[in-house]
Design a protein around this ligand. Sequence first.
Ligand code: BDR
Ligand code: CA
Length: 316
Amino acid sequence: SKKLLLDVDCGVDDAQAIMLALAANAEILGITCVHGNTSVENVCKNTLRVLQVCNKLEIPVFKGASKPILGHEIKGGNFHGSDGFGDAPDPNAPSIDMIQEEGAVSAMIRIINENPGQVSLVATAPLTNLALAVRIDSSLPSKLKGLYIMGGNTESRGNTTVCGEFNFAADPEAAYIVLNDYLCPIYLACWEFTCYSKLSWEFCDRWLAQDSEKARFMARIFKHSLDLSKTERFEKELIAGTGLVSCDSYAMAAAINDAFILESDHFPVSVELTGTHTRGMMVVDTVGFMNKTQKACIMKKVNLDMFEQMMMAALK
Ligand code: BDR
Ligand code: CA
């Protein structure tokens, strides 16, 4: 089975991605938390809530960076609610004491060094922890099997700023470091791709209506952002009609099953750090101007039947 390390900013789609991995035949070595959809403290709490409902509290959870490397924190809007989980009350939430004493960055370095060449790192959040880790241990990227990222964009369409996808816009310097220093295979589930790969509302209804504690939990924490996704404002942002866009789950599915990606582009990529409207925007070097040999695998088409099956299993 695959060895996975997850780096999350536990909003609702991160939760969906984690649950996908828990239901799959994968070994989760740890989950590192970072600022993003909500404060890193809430991210830690939310991650524990997910593990609790899945009976997997033995998986270690680590607290990481609370802010981006430079610049202001971008508030994740209110899309996932102020607590990242739709502000649905949870009186039985596990205690925050369950968070490991070891910090996320050192845990990341330790776990990858303990399993050289074997770990797939799935990052579904601003890349602050990963950037700090590679600055401390520059050998880290060469020891990863693969790095799967939800983030960036290919058509300069933003969901946070005009041209910025949230995970990259929330820490452009970190995204820059990761895309330029991690010389391991990198797989990208970019914003537009996730929008073009929506699942139907009909699927979403069936998915949430499953008779299980996990499905009831998901329906509760998802209500806030689900209602928002169905409004006119989001129809523009979500490109080409509405539907279920579980962004982070695409990166996870690719890490879990090698047959998930059906078509992809292979180009060098980087991130814009300055610019009035373009800070945090991903740039794709289709011609070769950047003289970079490393090419990222940019997902274009994935197996959506397989995706629906994995999503269903996640809430069983
Ligand atoms: C990304 O931003 C976050 O809000 C989501 O969890 C996802 O990781 C989408 O742009
Ligand atoms: Ca996320």
